[in-house]
Design a protein around this ligand. Structure first.
Ligand SMILES: Nc1ncnc2c1ncn2[C@@H]1O[C@H](COP(=O)(O)OP(=O)(O)OP(=O)(O)O)[C@@H](O)[C@H]1O
Ligand SMILES: [Mg+2]
Length: 799
């Protein structure tokens, strides 16, 4: 059969529809001796998916059955992989071809006019035979991967006929087309249809639309440009060109032939669109971000990367150097951590100020500053800068702030503290900036031990010094309630919506050996920054809601949280970790075993000036649309991504109805820290922006709660109120003082509410408000809802 195939590779039976590398061949001899046996075998393979790498959809059709060998009932389809080169010869049947891996694709009914389609995996060719085998007398066609078939065939001989057209200079061709009044072509109906199909193919070609960006034809304008080009082309083209294109069919070859002519057409026809798009693209250029900070580039900076897992002393060592310096800045991922460093450093007699989005505590004669990373100044000179949790450069929302700190800080020495995930990116950046990189690697002081026994699903097995980690506020309160009901332990709680002061208060309460609060129930807010005396981290479950659906907690986060157990110099120097349920244990172990990610890209976001420049190029758009356009058109280098800004766009949309805000005002308001899922907080932001736009002093206009919360509704209300005050304070720092004049009042209120929150949490013994109130929940015997293990469920589903 393989031998037969050699002689089969002779003539193309149909090239009209050949739109990829594959060809159809029929037995030359049969074709010659008895005319059209298979007079049309048409095939089409998916041009987007190369034949050799993945399966391909192929179809063919038998148009008539006038074989002198009689009719046949079925086709056999086989795939072949060749070994070595096969040879073609029109005359000699005995030329040999080696073949291997003959795959039976299937047997199909030989119904005239009916399409037969099938998928083929990696192989060089497919042979279609009518009858039992490809023996003489049967009808046979093969589809061949052209890239591996360098032989001369009818297609290439036809191609030679079009050589003049194919090889002609596109500029010349375009000039000719432009020059003629009307083209000479009078295509037949079928040719006409093929031409239309070719242009449809062109308009959809990702390659062409991408290439068109090179001449500043934007993606949104590309279809219009193609449409106009098509009208022009249809009017002007010559018979030869039409024939050649029809020969190529709707294919990449046709696109590549047309594209340079299209370019000439666009350059002449759309100079204004090109100019406009070019300016827009240039103004959204985020490439080479290291060049944005010429002063930092002019310095020879020394970068020290303190690289290691949690609790390994990275921040401690960086801070030692920070405190020794004459002038230093510490950049924190959280307000809480900035406050902690502020306290610690001042306690050591180093005068240090505090700067976060919400507060500015200026210590007289201070030479040092502890700030949140978004607030870092790239104008000031420092001797030592510390950028903590540097792996946050890859955070999809906030990553840009770390990137900016690393690229823009004007410091002789920059200490980066973090896990190894961004080490390679930092190396690359340093080679671009010319900074000198020193790496200091750390290991955990004591290894983290996994307790295989778990809590056996029973919260009564909680012990003093345990931290139970749950990933929703509702679960946190359920766990606290259950533990306090079932055991003698008292629980502190820490979760993201609590003000930093309250979190810190709860952490201190838990750390204090003499307090009755010896168990901590916390969310992933625990992962960074707090100094906690945790003996054992127990995962209540290992799945969390990501804003869309419940997903397993990423391994890097599990590691970070588990790593909080055990702390040098504390009551519990040895760290333990486990899960509540046995079901989750394997996933925990798997996460801990996983190496750190190797991050390839880090975040970027334009500063106001860049957005303003871009705004100058686009007219009649809302601020939200402006941001959308920016993200569509901005250019980035391979090591960077544009940070997500869905929350910013949500605020921008809400503020659209507020008249009279400048672009800078909108930009500022959109960055205010607001929980976009909290309607009350959003309402207050809208109110603040409206008052501001009317040029009246912005009021807090929010009453103080009478006392601590008596139920979860009241607790939620306290949380929201604190967030609104925090937002007010943030705005007061980002707008002129006189526009947000009630800063002192807001500060006092915020402190009081943080206190009330603290008091509320210590006595909280109510069931949390459920968003799905009214849904019946199964209760376990122990009196608390036993969590399902979404991780195990997820894995089972995957199986
Ligand atoms: N050389 C040291 N002497 C005394 N205490 C130390 C020393 N190094 C670290 N510590 C203490 O160990 C604890 C963990 O150190 P540190 O916070 O620096 O770890 P880290 O690696 O930055 O952890 P994370 O990744 O969680 O931020 C801290 O309480 C710190 O004060
Ligand atoms: Mg640290």
């Amino acid at each position: 059969m393989v031998r037969g195939l050699a002689t089969a590779l002779l003539r193309i039976s149909s090239s009209r529809k050949c739109d990829s590398r594959f060809r159809i061949f029929t037995w030359n001899r049969l074709l010659h001796s008895s005319g059209q046996y298979v007079d049309h075998i048409i095939h089409r393979s998916n041009p987007e998916r190369p034949f050799s790498s993945t399966s391909n959809q192929v179809w063919f059709r038998l148009l008539s059955q006038s074989s002198r060998f009689g009719a046949f009932n079925s086709f056999n389809v086989r795939g072949f992989s060749f070994i070595g080169k096969h040879k073609e010869d029109n005359e000699n049947d005995d030329d040999t071809v080696s073949g291997s891996n003959v795959v039976e694709v299937g047997e199909y009914d030989a119904d005239v006019g009916k399409n037969v389609s099938f998928e083929i995996d990696t192989c060089d060719s497919v042979m279609i035979t009518g009858g039992d085998d490809c023996s003489e007398g049967s009808i046979c066609g093969t589809i061949v991967d052209d890239s591996k078939n360098g032989g001369d065939d009818l297609r290439s001989s036809k191609l030679r006929n079009y050589e003049t057209i194919r090889l002609s200079d596109p500029v010349e061709l375009y000039r000719e087309l432009r020059g003629v009044g009307r083209g000479s072509a009078k295509p037949e109906q079928s040719e006409w249809l093929t031409l239309q199909e070719i242009f449809r193919y062109f308009a959809k070609s990702g390659w062409a639309s991408n290439q068109a960006l090179g001449i500043y034809i934007g993606l949104s304008f590309f279809p219009t440009a193609v449409h106009k080009f098509q009208s022009f082309f249809f009017k002007k083209c010559s018979t030869d060109v039409v024939k050649y294109l029809v020969f190529l069919g709707p294919s990449n070859d046709a696109v590549k032939f047309l594209f340079p002519i299209f370019v000439e057409y666009c350059l002449e026809e759309f100079p204004d669109e090109i100019r406009r798009f070019r300016s827009m693209v240039d103004s959204a250029d985020l490439t080479k971000p290291h060049t944005w900070f010429p002063f930092a580039r002019a310095m020879k900076r020394k970068i020290i990367y303190h690289c290691g897992p949690t609790n390994s002393g990275k921040t401690y060592n960086a801070l030692q150097r920070f405190m020794e310096a004459k002038k230093g800045i510490y950049c924190s991922p959280l307000r809480l951590l900035a406050m902690e460093v502020f306290d610690k450093v001042n306690a050591h007699g180093v005068y240090c100020s505090l700067l976060t989005g919400q507060e500015k505590k200026l210590v007289p004669f201070s030479s040092h500053i502890a700030c949140t990373v978004e607030m870092v100044s790239t104008d000031e000179m420092y001797e030592v800068a510390v950028v903590d949790e540097i792996q946050m450069m890859s955070d999809s929302y906030r990553g840009y702030a770390w990137t900016r700190a690393l690229l823009g800080l004007k410091a002789d020495e920059i200490h980066l503290c973090g896990d190894p995930s961004v080490l390679n990116v930092v190396r690359k950046i340093c080679s671009e900036t010319g900074d000198e990189l020193h790496e200091q690697h750390y290991g955990r002081f004591k290894p983290l031990v996994v307790e295989a026994k778990t809590l056996l699903g029973d919260l009564r097995n909680v012990r003093s010094g345990d931290c139970i980690v749950a990933f929703s506020r509702r679960e946190i309160f359920e766990v606290k309630l259950a533990i306090e009901k079932l055991t003698k332990h008292r629980c502190c709680v820490i979760y993201g919506a609590l003000p930093p002061e309250t979190r810190r208060h709860q952490a201190n309460l838990f750390n204090d050996q003499h307090s009755e609060f010896d168990v901590l129930v916390a969310s992933d807010a625990l992962g960074m920054g707090l100094n906690l005396n945790i003996r054992r981290v127990v995962f209540y479950n290992l799945a969390k809601y990501n804003g869309d659906k419940v997903v397993p907690v990423p391994a890097s986060q599990v590691k970070q949280i588990a790593g909080r157990a055990g702390r040098r110099g504390s009551r519990y120097p040895d760290g333990l970790t486990t899960t509540l349920n046995l079901d989750d244990l394997d996933y925990l172990i798997e996460c801990l075993k996983q190496p750190f990610d190797d991050v390839q890209k880090i975040g970027l976001f334009p500063c106001f000036e860049q957005v303003e420049l871009f705004a100058g190029q686009v007219s009649n758009v809302t601020f939200c649309q402006l941001l959308e356009k920016f993200s569509e058109n901005c250019r980035l280098d391979g090591s960077y991504f544009l940070c997500r800004h869905d929350h910013i766009k949500k605020v921008a949309n809400m503020l659209e109805k507020v008249q009279g805000l400048s672009l800078a005002d909108r930009f500022n308001f959109c960055f205010a820290p607001v929980n976009v899922r909290d309607p009350k907080a959003m309402y207050h932001l809208l109110r603040f922006a409206s008052s501001y736009s009317h040029n009246v002093p912005v009021n807090i206009a929010m009453g103080m709660p009478k006392g601590s919360a008596r139920n979860d509704m009241e607790l939620l209300d306290l949380e929201t109120k604190h967030q609104v005050l925090s937002m007010y304070l943030w705005l007061s720092q980002h707008f002129k003082e006189e526009t947000f004049p009630y800063v002192k009042k807001a500060e006092v209120m915020a402190t009081d509410i943080a206190d009330l929150l603290g008091q509320s949490l210590t006595k909280a013994n109510w069931k949390p408000e459920s968003r799905q109130a009214g849904k019946p929940k199964s209760q376990s015997k122990e009196g608390h809802e036993k969590p399902r293990s979404p991780v195990s469920l997820y894995e089972k589903q995957a199986i």
